[in-house]
Design a protein around this ligand. Structure first.
Ligand code: NAP
Length: 472
């Protein structure tokens, strides 16, 4: 997308470059920066990241044994190295900076902070020890600072994962994969040690709807059938489809369903013996969790589907059963958190927006404020989905150019503010020093990298490069 050629001294010319702050350096943020750098105008893009390390979900969400998915960071590095782009790590909206301050410094702000919170099941017993958000487990094995000190009792023999998405599959696979296959990845050493001592021998992956409605993708599902020492178990009766589900197989929103069903049929036909079992349950929902202090068992209620093809919901049947388990991960989707100073839709857990424009009220856009990625559309899609999303948002921003307030000082003012606070900014070169140190730590352990899991340790490693960015 290329903006119209502006007149001399207009916004977007060398005399008055378009100054944009992108808040968040995950896929949505990087792709927004990329679209801005490609728009044909004179631009300055500042990527503002709350942690000293970039890449958001690619660093903290992608499973360590799916290293190929992380290769997108090479694209992000190219964006960050563009001379028109600056990385401001260890700087957070709502911590060092307010929304008002950012709005005063930049012509536009693109919020790309992702969806960091988890959805709850909303049932009795969710507070029990042994019940966790899948996102915390993912953050723990991926070295997210907030999750590093968490404990997961892997001495339990039965674990339950609730949800039928790719995060649920990631959790099952990391619990079941031989540690030898994880040892050389960038999984955190604390997770590797805990997984090596794991006594989990039975995993139940529980979904409230059927195989056609499951959200996971075939590649990820197929991997569950390849885990050495584990046998996937599926009740063939749960693979019998109702008429509406059969119709759904031909609908656009169900592209993976036929392949998923095929894989599940192959699991159901699997007759080999294995010491460990992975049960895939359909049409089951937990309705209560029991235990005194710690999870001991859950009550499941059988579900049936109701509604037209394409919009079938799970409906309880009243038929209940009990399952013993000491560990449960709810993997029922992430949720965005409110951004201080911006209107937030608590129903969807996203910023209210129209085509990426943050909306103060229906029909009223907040001038200069935009959103992209999971905080805009919710936690859906793959990494590449954020590219299209960011292109849409940047197109809206460029359309609004004539209405944006000028002049704005941009990064000069940001640096002056942070310097006056004595705040430690992490530049992209600083990040590269952190990355080098992580790789060196990893090599000593025969791993790709050993991530720092504490912000102070990241800052020490960053100090191998000059700390503050050069003046603008
Ligand atoms: P997701 O794909 O939206 O799946 C959420 C699952 O939770 C659905 O099966 C949903 O069932 C279920 N659920 C929601 N509320 C529930 C409740 N109250 N009780 C029982 N089940 C409930 O979310 P996700 O797995 O967190 O993944 C997020 C995004 O990241 C997805 O786009 C995913 O594809 C992506 N991702 C991709 C990869 C990869 O490419 N390898 C890896 C990880 C994540 P209903 O459908 O019935 O609502």
């Amino acid at each position: 997308m290329t903006a119209q050629a502006p007149g001399t001294n207009a916004l977007g010319t060398p005399g008055q470059p378009l100054r944009v702050a992108v808040v968040g350096s995950g896929p949505g943020g990087f792709y927004a920066a990329e679209a801005l750098l490609a728009c044909g105008l004179a631009v300055e893009v500042d990527l503002i990241e709350r942690l000293p390390v970039p890449y958001g979900l690619v660093r903290f969400g992608v499973a360590p044994d799916h290293a190929k998915l992380k290769s997108v960071t090479a694209v992000f590095d190219g964006i960050a190295r563009d001379p028109r782009c600056r990385f401001f790590g260890n700087v957070a909206l709502g911590r060092e900076l307010s929304a008002e301050q950012l709005a005063a410094m930049y012509h536009a702000v693109v919020v790309a902070v992702g969806a960091d919170a988890d959805r709850k099941l909303g049932i009795d017993g969710e507070h029990l020890a042994g019940v966790h958000a899948a996102g915390d487990f993912v953050g723990w094995y991926n070295g997210k600072p907030e999750c590093a000190a968490m404990c997961f009792d892997l001495s339990q023999d039965v674990a339950v994962v609730v949800g039928q998405g790719n995060v649920a599959i990631d959790v099952c696979r990391i619990l079941a994969k031989p540690v030898e296959d994880l040892r050389r990845t960038d999984i955190t050493q604390h997770a590797l040690d805990a997984l090596a001592a794991s006594r989990v021998r039975e995993i139940h992956l529980i979904g409230r709807r059927g195989p056609v409605q499951a959200r996971f993708t075939p590649k990820e599902l197929r991997e569950l059938g390849t885990l050495p020492g584990w046998r996937p178990i599926v009740d063939p009766a749960s693979l019998v489809l109702n008429e509406e589900s059969r119709q759904e197989l031909a609908l656009a929103g169900f592209v993976h369903a036929s392949k998923n069903c095929e894989i599940l049929h192959s699991f159901a036909a699997h007759s080999g013996e294995a010491a460990r079992v992975l049960h895939l349950h359909f049409y089951q929902a937990p309705v209560a969790l029991q235990g005194s202090g710690r999870l001991h068992s859950l009550t499941l209620e059988k579900q049936r589907l109701a509604g037209p093809a394409g919009d079938q919901r799970s409906v309880p049947t009243g038929e209940r059963s009990s399952l013993r388990a000491g560990l449960l991960f709810r993997s029922v989707g992430y949720r965005g958190c409110a951004v201080p100073g911006l209107p937030f839709d608590t129903r969807t857990g996203t910023l209210s927006h129209r085509d990426g424009r943050v909306m103060a009220a229906p029909g009223t856009a907040m001038k200069g404020w935009y959103a992209t990625g999971w905080i805009k559309r919710g936690p859906t899609g793959v990494i590449g989905s954020n590219r299209l999303d960011s292109v849409e948002t940047v197109a809206s921003l460029l359309k609004d150019l004539p209405a944006l307030d000028t002049p704005k000082p941009g990064r000069t003012a940001l640096l002056a503010l942070l310097n006056a606070m004595g705040h430690r900014v992490v530049t992209f070169d600083n990040w590269l020093a952190i990355e080098r140190a992580e790789q060196e730590r990893g090599h000593a352990l025969n791993k790709v990298a050993e991530k720092f899991v504490r912000v102070p340790d990241m800052l020490v490693a960053a100090a191998a490069q000059p700390s503050q960015p050069a003046p603008a």
